[in-house]
Design a binder for this molecule. Structure first.
Ligand SMILES: Nc1ncnc2c1ncn2[C@@H]1O[C@H](COP(=O)(O)OP(=O)(O)OP(=O)(O)O)[C@@H](O)[C@H]1O
Length: 274
């Protein structure tokens, strides 16, 4: 197993309580969550806003230290690993963010942003290798000298993907990476991510509100509610025969006018066609 979370919980300080009541109290935002990913496998993390998807994604990357349970990377226990133990693993575990506008430094050119990430990880940051990375994510080499604000939303998200995959990671968490984009740009970005995943054998935790997108990309899905996993399984199976009322409601509430009996079998690209 590449990544394995065993019964992890995550507590954060309850600041509201501290301010109002003046006492320290903890807020449990993940409770007893178990999930694992093999090399090359994609799991969708789905659930309503505030259900804990991002917190779980960040915990799997060991950006958060679990309060309880165990986190393993290639069988190595990294639950309470310090910076020295985590350093060689950081390159191998990457995140692609929802909003590349705020995750890309606006004062740096795209070339600089990619070079910095590569250099920090001791990798070749020459212009030729950066141009090759840009080409792989469908951007022209002239993007090297552009600033994030000079690119479209879709192009910025390609840079976000480029920054993550340039480091040749094994595991990527993609957090709502297409939610700000129009439908046809979404489809292109998802196709790019799918191609890279297959080519590189990436394990992918894909966080999304959009179940049709999850169906397109993820062989397994985990449904979250209130910091817990309420249902999980093969995506097609969970969507066809949801076991909980919660999942049934979630599926029924998909706000897509084009939802038809066959919609789950269409790719986002097919659905984007007029
Ligand atoms: N550092 C923190 N301190 C306090 N509360 C937090 C912290 N991080 C997350 N939370 C709370 O934990 C819950 C889960 O948040 P999280 O962002 O993981 O949910 P989510 O499912 O990703 O939501 P969304 O879809 O809106 O991004 C929310 O109620 C959030 O307010």
């Amino acid at each position: 197993m590449l990544i394995e979370a065993r019964n992890i919980s995550l507590d954060v300080p309850d600041m509201g309580h501290q301010v109002l009541i003046g006492q320290r109290r903890k807020l449990r935002i993940l409770n007893n969550v178990s999930i694992s990913l093999k090399k090359g496998e994609t799991v969708g993390l789905v659930g309503e806003s505030g259900s804990g998807k991002t917190s779980l994604g960040r915990s799997l990357l060991r950006l958060y230290e679990p309060s309880e349970g165990q986190l393993l990377f290639e069988g190595q226990d990294i639950t309470h690993a310090g910076p020295a133990q985590l350093k060689p693993l950081r390159r191998r575990m990457q995140m692609i963010f929802q909003d590349p506008q705020s995750s890309l430094n606006p004062r740096h050119t795209i070339g600089n942003i990619l070079a910095t990430a590569l250099k920090l990880n001791g990798m070749d940051a020459g212009e030729t290798s950066i141009a090759a990375i840009l080409d792989r994510v469908g951007l022209p080499s002239s993007a090297i000298r552009r600033y994030p604000h000079q690119l479209s939303g879709g192009q910025r998200q390609r840079v976000g993907i480029a920054r993550a995959v340039a480091l040749k990671p094994d595991f990527v968490v993609a957090d709502e990476i297409v939610s700000g984009l129009d439908v046809s740009t979404q489809a292109q970005v998802l196709d790019l991510l799918r191609g890279l995943r297959d080519e590189m054998g990436l394990a992918l935790a894909f966080i999304s509100h959009d179940l049709s997108v999850v169906r397109y990309l993820c062989e397994r899905v985990v449904i979250m509610k209130g910091g817990e996993i309420v249902e999980e399984g093969q995506t097609a199976e969970v969507f066809a025969r949801p076991r909980t009322d919660f999942t049934r409601t979630l599926i029924a509430s998909i706000p897509l006018p084009e939802v038809t009996p066959g919609w789950l079998d269409e790719t986002p690209l097919e659905r984007a066609r007029p």
